[in-house]
Design a protein around this ligand. Structure first.
Ligand code: CP3
Length: 345
């Protein structure tokens, strides 16, 4: 464990050691629900923000300074690896991510370049600037997208509701799908090891859209590569968190990839998931983010219900089952965090 951390709750919980209370951070905590985010966003494009270490650091620090969460998460995006490999990525207001060169055939995939770590050095630079600013106050979480989720964006050319093109691609051209997944996995290994080198304190692998897959396809097209990535990380004392929407079903397979923490969506009973995992594998989750739209007494009640359920368990990090929505009232998010920080076991 990093002896220089003043608040190491997240690291202790990730390693299933005792904590006075569960640590809290929230996916998409550095984002659009804060007016301070928009003050920066109005001046730069999203990718400019990611690629300018000082700006990425400014945004990363917002939830530390304004919300008092127990961990910072690097301001970036899961799709930067696909961009470094040759994807022509843009983010359009109201549309989300777009690739102008989507992959549907073997010929389309020819541009993919595995030797691209030099194009991601700005992330290492951002990590160093952020660690300087954090000065050991809380841990910094680095991250990457999981190969299946990245592949879905490359094939669809953007976001998708039903992953029709991705599934058809995997069904009809499985060898091509596997060769691309392996390339993404290799880039992700280099990328995450670079983040460890640059000084992150924890890592999260985001397999957001695994919930679209059948049991068999999850193992063949997703889990296999996540396991490969986690097995190749020079983990040292950096805990690995594995997130997917779909974890309510796939948690036991996710555990087979040997992360330190399984991050659980909001469908499952968190304690039941924890009990189904190997001893000393932690869980993160799993409040339905829509609860944060509710009145404050309801927010408090639902958080305390979750804490009661998890009472006596080491290895529990509070988070949402998925990211904070962009129109979430800031006040409600802050209130939830205050409730959590007042709680004691
Ligand atoms: O959590 C954080 O606050 C750290 C930063 C972060 C972003 N994206 C910033 C972002 C993280 C960890 C991500 C991960 C990410 N990106 C995921 C996995 C997590 C999840 O939500 O499932 C996915 C699927 C993406 C892809 C992506 N990036 C989408 C679909 C979009 C647009 C729509 C949306 O839901 O936001 C983005 C853009 C993006 N990434 C924004 C931010 C702050 C919004 C950019 C803007 O318009 O200001």
């Amino acid at each position: 464990m990093d002896k220089n951390l003043k608040n190491d709750l997240l690291i202790r919980a990730a390693l299933s050691q005792p904590t006075e209370r569960p640590p809290v951070w929230m996916m998409r905590q550095a984002g659009r629900f804060m007016k301070e985010y928009w003050e920066i966003k109005n001046k730069y494009s999203f990718l400019e923000m990611c690629k300018t270490p000082e700006i990425a650091a400014d945004v990363t620090m917002l939830p530390i300074d304004l919300l008092g969460v127990d961990a910072a998460i690097l301001f970036s995006d899961i799709l930067v690896t696909a961009e470094a490999m040759g994807g022509d990525l843009s983010f359009e207001q109201g549309v989300g991510p777009r690739f102008s060169n989507p992959i549907r055939t073997a010929k389309d995939a020819e541009y993919l370049n595995v030797d691209c770590l030099d194009k991601l050095q700005y992330v290492g630079d951002a990590i160093r600037v952020i660690q300087n600013r954090l000065d050991g106050s809380v841990p910094l979480i680095g991250f990457a997208g999981a190969p299946f989720t990245i592949l879905s964006y490359l094939v669809e050319g953007g976001s998708s509701k039903d992953f029709k093109l991705t599934k058809t691609f995997m069904n009809n051209q499985p060898e091509l799908a596997h060769s691309i997944l392996q390339k993404i996995a290799d880039v992700t290994v280099d990328y995450l090891n670079m983040q460890i080198e640059a000084g992150v304190n924890a890592l999260q692998l985001f397999d957001s859209w695994a919930l679209a897959l059948s049991w068999n396809d999850y193992q063949e097209f997703s889990h296999k590569y996540n396991k490969y990535i986690i097995s190749k990380l020079n983990r040292k004392d950096v805990p690995i968190i594995s997130f997917s929407k779909g974890s309510s079903v796939f948690a036991p397979i996710m555990a087979d990839a040997n992360p330190d923490v399984v991050s659980v969506d909001w469908n499952a009973d968190l304690l039941n998931i924890k009990k189904a995992l190997p001893h000393n594998m932690a869980v993160q989750g799993n409040l339905d983010p829509f609860v944060l739209y509710a009145d404050k007494p309801v927010i408090k009640k639902k958080i305390l219900e979750l804490f009661e359920r998890m009472r006596g368990e080491n290895g529990f990090i509070f988070n949402l089952g998925h990211g904070i929505m962009p129109d979430m009232p800031f006040d409600n998010v802050k209130y939830a965090i205050d409730v959590i920080k007042e709680f004691r076991y």
